[in-house]
Design a protein around this ligand. Sequence first.
Ligand code: 13P
Length: 255
Amino acid sequence: MRRRSLIVANWKMHGTVASVQSYLETMVARAMPTGPEVVICPPFTLLPAAVLIATGSEVVIGAQNCHWEDKGAFTGEVAPTMLVDLGVRWVIVGHSERRQYFGESDQTAAARSQAAQRAGLDVIFCLGETLEQRETGETMTVLERQSAVLAGLDPARLAVAYEPVWAIGTGRTATTVQAQEAHAALRRRLAGLLGTEAAAALRILYGGSVKPDNAAALLAQPDVDGALVGGASLDVEGFCAIIHAAPGGGRGAGE
Ligand code: 13P
């Protein structure tokens, strides 16, 4: 089964009102209904401007996190219903930076994902092992533990992002063999959790130092259905080059 490629920009804590405008105007002018699905996730402050420019286009806007309650006394937090109210369609949950710096656990990531889906958002659920875990042969144990929470989610509103922590922002990408191996193992795991059909339809994205020059090889792997791009997504031309490198993007394998 060929799944439509999903290419996601995670701007992390970068961007200004001026930069979101010119970036999105370029993206909106170039995105094609037949190409890969494109989601841009700027920081919270830029979501209103991003949604305004992207509405009615092929470009979809996502957030980088959300709370697990719909409202309440949670100073500094943003509810998934607030994101929906704004016109946001996707949310990234469980990113390794949230796990590493902000105390995100499997339980809180599960609660956020469930609340997000309940509100009507599609979830990009992130998981991945650290370098130490890979070197001690624990990769699959970690992925199994982190993915267990997916059993409670609606697969129709879900994408999974495999982001080996050692490849994030380091310039050290997983090899195509390592990526395909992890993605195939994750898909087998998801078949057990969600059913074979749902697992076959679900998109598993790779993230970790994806750049214009390594994207085509990674995205050509049979179980790599897209990319979650950090640093390289900040430059609109570089991000467009990654989109073009995806199958269906105009110069992917066999096109
Ligand atoms: P980099 O592409 O900068 O390595 O970041 C990956 C990532 O964390 C995307 O969510």
